[in-house]
Design a protein around this ligand. Structure first.
Ligand SMILES: Cc1cc2nc3c(=O)[nH]c(=O)nc-3n(C[C@H](O)[C@H](O)[C@H](O)COP(=O)(O)O)c2cc1C
Length: 76
């Protein structure tokens, strides 16, 4: 398992890192300049953590999901 997160003011980052620590997994901000495909390839579960802004999922998270939809569809 891995957890990926977006956090504007730090709350989601705090939660994602707590979760990662408890689960002994990696946590990555979707703003990191890394190959998420490589990370997603190695895990069976992808957890996602993000805030709600204006009753919506933020654009940056929607774009991330669009980019990696292939992985998100086949993992739990
Ligand atoms: C501009 C803005 C809009 C928000 N809109 C909503 C909302 O529509 N519904 C909601 O439940 N929370 C809303 N919130 C609260 C955030 O979702 C909440 O503070 C969240 O913990 C922020 O996470 P972050 O620190 O990871 O960015 C909003 C916060 C901001 C700053």
């Amino acid at each position: 398992m891995v957890i990926v997160y977006f956090s504007g003011t730090g709350n989601s980052k705090y939660i994602a890192e707590k979760f990662a620590d408890r689960m002994q997994i990696e946590a990555h901000s979707i703003e990191e300049n890394i190959d998420f495909g490589k990370i997603f390839d190695k895990v069976d579960t992808i957890a996602v953590c993000y805030p709600i802004y204006g009753s919506c999922v933020s654009l940056i998270m929607r774009e991330f999901v669009k980019k990696y939809i292939h992985f998100l569809k086949v993992k739990s």
